[in-house]
Design a protein around this ligand. Structure first.
Ligand SMILES: CC(=O)SCCNC(=O)CCNC(=O)[C@H](O)C(C)(C)COP(=O)(O)OP(=O)(O)OC[C@H]1O[C@@H](n2cnc3c(N)ncnc32)[C@H](O)[C@@H]1OP(=O)(O)O
Ligand SMILES: O=C([O-])CC(=O)C(=O)O
Length: 386
């Protein structure tokens, strides 16, 4: 049974009221607001629309990790420092070469991050920013080194000095060619949109791990595992697998109606916090449209728009950040299975910023449970059990 089928079955089997800690505050944060009235999404008080239109991803990473927007010289120094950290240690390259081509790329990210934790250990929390910067620099290298080795049989040089942005760096390592200005801009926007989102499942995972005073790599490794699922970061891949089945908007409409009739979840729609729209959708949708014109797409963007309209009409559900990311990444030639690892390359900034915040005011996260099991029972010797 697939993960999505399990989720659909559970929905039918058990009452969800009050589940998932929905609506309960689980702590404080100065990093982000989600769905607060008047502001769809802010990072440290800056509106996502302003950041997506004006900021490079590295500026946003700096904002989240260091607490303020960088000056030009601080940004230059930061990008220079990230660039200097791109070379993968030989032991990490050897581990990546052992991972088979049919592995899930999110498992590669998880293993790569965990292995780096052995080679570049965080021995003191005073090292947390330094270790985060190394992770930020190396995560694109981890996925591209594995992908190119396992799929094309080449050992790429991950220093890639021509590209000074993380998005451009990823695209050049993936394709072996310098990316266009358009593609670099889209990557900045995409990475900015994915960088941070308050107490979502993967960030909360990172904070729970941090609250035990564990090391940074353990927190990020745990978060990667949490992001992998199709109800969270994995939805962009699942959305792509769905929309590429349809050649025309009418086919898409019939397909969605059938899925809804079967009570299937439509990936890339709905949200745990937003009720009317996800402010990231319009921003990535605009780039998807531009890319669709750029590549001469004949149907995928139109199919996506029809799915959006049908979901609004039938279920009053809106696209979340993941839905138009699917077509945007596809138009840039990125293989579907690498979509969620791009999310990791960005969200590592939000995860790490939350780890720092948790550590600065820590109490171990340990909620209670309402017991619903059997009343106390007498011990049953083996011979009497049925
Ligand atoms: C970057 C991100 O992580 S964004 C989220 C990415 N995930 C997805 O796109 C997966 C698809 N979406 C979903 O599964 C859900 O909308 C979630 C996991 C995002 C949020 O889950 P919840 O908070 O439980 O959703 P919510 O309480 O708003 O659901 C309300 C109703 O809409 C239905 N619904 C919600 N999303 C969808 C969907 N995508 N397709 C069909 N029905 C849906 C729910 O089943 C529920 O129906 P019910 O009242 O009959 O039980
Ligand atoms: O906030 C959430 O639950 C999921 C989400 O959109 C994100 O993590 O970007």
């Amino acid at each position: 049974m697939t993960a999505i089928a399990v989720a659909d079955k559970q929905k039918d089997d058990k009452p969800l009221a009050g589940a998932g800690l929905r609506g309960q505050s689980a702590g404080t944060t100065a990093l982000c607001t989600v769905g607060k009235s008047g502001t769809g999404l802010t990072y440290r008080g800056y509106d996502i629309t302003d950041l997506a239109h004006h900021a490079e991803f590295e500026e946003v990473a700096y904002l989240l990790l260091k607490g303020k927007l960088p000056t030009q010289s601080e940004l230059n120094d930061y990008k220079h420092s990230l660039k200097a950290r791109r070379g993968l240690p030989p032991a990490l390259r050897r581990v990546l070469e052992e991972i088979p081509a049919n592995a899930h790329p999110m498992d590669v990210m998880r293993t790569g991050c965990s292995m780096l934790g052995n080679l570049d250990q965080e021995l003191d929390f005073a090292e947390q920013e330094d270790k985060t910067d190394t992770l930020l620099a190396m995560l694109p290298a981890i996925i591209c080194y594995w992908y190119r080795y396992s799929h094309d049989g080449v050992r790429i040089d991950t220093t890639c000095p021509e590209q000074d942005s993380i998005g451009g760096y990823f695209l050049e390592m993936l394709t072996g060619k310098a990316p266009s200005e358009l593609h670099k801009k889209v990557m900045h926007c995409s990475l900015v949109l994915y960088a941070e989102h308050e107490f979502n499942a993967s960030t909360f995972t990172a904070r729970v791990c941090a609250s035990t005073l564990s090391d940074l790599h353990s927190c990020i490794t745990a978060a990667i595992g949490s992001l992998r699922g199709p109800l969270h970061g994995g939805a962009n891949e699942a959305a792509m697998e769905m929309i590429e089945r349809w050649q025309t908007p009418d086919e898409a409409e019939a397909g969605i109606l059938q899925m809804l009739a079967n009570k299937e979840k439509i990936m890339g729609f709905g949200h745990a916090i937003y009720r009317e729209s996800d402010p990231r959708n319009d921003l990535i949708k605009a780039w998807s449209k531009k890319l669709s014109e750029d590549v001469g797409d004949t149907h995928l963007y139109a199919v996506s728009e029809r799915v959006e309209a049908v979901m609004k009409r039938e279920k009053n559900l809106f696209c979340n950040a993941d839905f138009f990311h699917a077509s945007a990444y596809h138009f840039m030639g990125i293989p579907t299975k690498l979509f969620t690892p791009i999310f990791v390359m960005s969200r590592v900034t939000g995860w790490a910023a939350h780890v720092f915040e948790q550590r600065a005011n820590n109490r171990i996260i340990r909620p209670s449970a309402d017991y619903i099991g059997p009343e106390p029972q007498a011990w049953l010797p083996m011979a009497e059990r049925k």
